[in-house]
Design a protein around this ligand. Structure first.
Ligand SMILES: [Zn+2]
Length: 251
């Protein structure tokens, strides 16, 4: 990509947006700050696809590619062939119990008017200790680019698993660098997402995710881990399926 192409938003024709159904394509205008690429030691290619994951958005609804990947994860899990907007309006979609932790990308509005949808945010809700959330209650737990900010992410995912019913799904995204393994930032200089120069503790990054992200899903007690992608390696979403917890799944 040349600097000239970064100067003006570039419009890409794309497949139908899984959120709103628009076929108008996407708009990209660089939004990732350079310091993050340096702190994480990203190559030019890694920086570029991470930038597209965060900053390339549907011209119809504004959902960026990571939100679109998350929508796809929900739709695939539910077995719905339409868009997230359509699914949320179906009887089945309206009856689902959904826990959204922090605002999950740009998907909140597609669920917001549904009585069984709850959106709760840190610090009111701490993913590692969801003490007032009942066990086995939800059909879906969704979060987007939150897990990297959780000091003990397997503990956080195990809590997501606990509050799901059997067969329920945790759908989530993390900024994943596909060509390397995950590493903890414990002991490294603090790195933050959010507004550069205005770090907040809740935005501190504890894990840089890589190709072994799936391991945390299984370590947390989920029976299966699935991955869906939009234009890999640009955007991925994970699906952890809660099993019955029988012996074969707990070994
Ligand atoms: Zn859209």
């Amino acid at each position: 990509m040349t600097n000239a192409s970064l100067a003006e938003p570039e419009v890409n024709p794309a497949a139908r947006c899984p959120c709103c159904g628009s076929r108008g394509g996407t708009r990209f205008s660089t939004g990732l700050w350079k310091a993050l690429g340096e702190e994480w030691g990203l190559s030019e290619e890694e920086y570029e696809y991470t930038d597209h994951q965060q900053s390339e958005s549907c011209v119809g609804c504004g959902a960026n590619l990571r939100s679109q990947a998350l929508a796809l994860a929900i739709l695939r899990t539910a077995g719905h062939r339409g868009t997230l907007r359509q699914f949320a309006r179906t009887v089945r979609g309206r009856l689902l119990r959904i826990l959204e932790i922090n605002e999950a990308g740009q998907l909140t509005r597609f669920f917001a008017r549904r009585s069984r949808h709850q959106c709760r945010s840190y610090p009111e809700l701490d993913m590692m200790h969801m003490v007032d959330v009942p066990t086995g209650y939800y059909d879906f737990v969704i979060h987007s680019d939150t897990l990297e900010h959780v000091p003990e992410p397997v503990k956080g995912l195990a809590e997501c698993c606990r509050v799901l019913r059997t067969g329920g799904a945790c759908c989530f995204t993390v900024p994943m660098i596909v060509g390397r393994l995950s590493r903890t930032r414990q002991g490294l200089p603090p790195s933050y997402h959010g507004t550069p120069g205005n770090p907040e503790e809740g935005n501190r990054v504890w894990t840089e995710y890589g190709a072994d992200t799936w391991r945390q899903v299984l370590s947390a007690g989920f029976a299966e881990c699935r991955i869906v992608a939009i234009r890999p390696p640009v955007a991925h979403a994970f699906i952890g399926i809660k099993g019955h917890g029988g012996p074969a799944e707990t070994e």
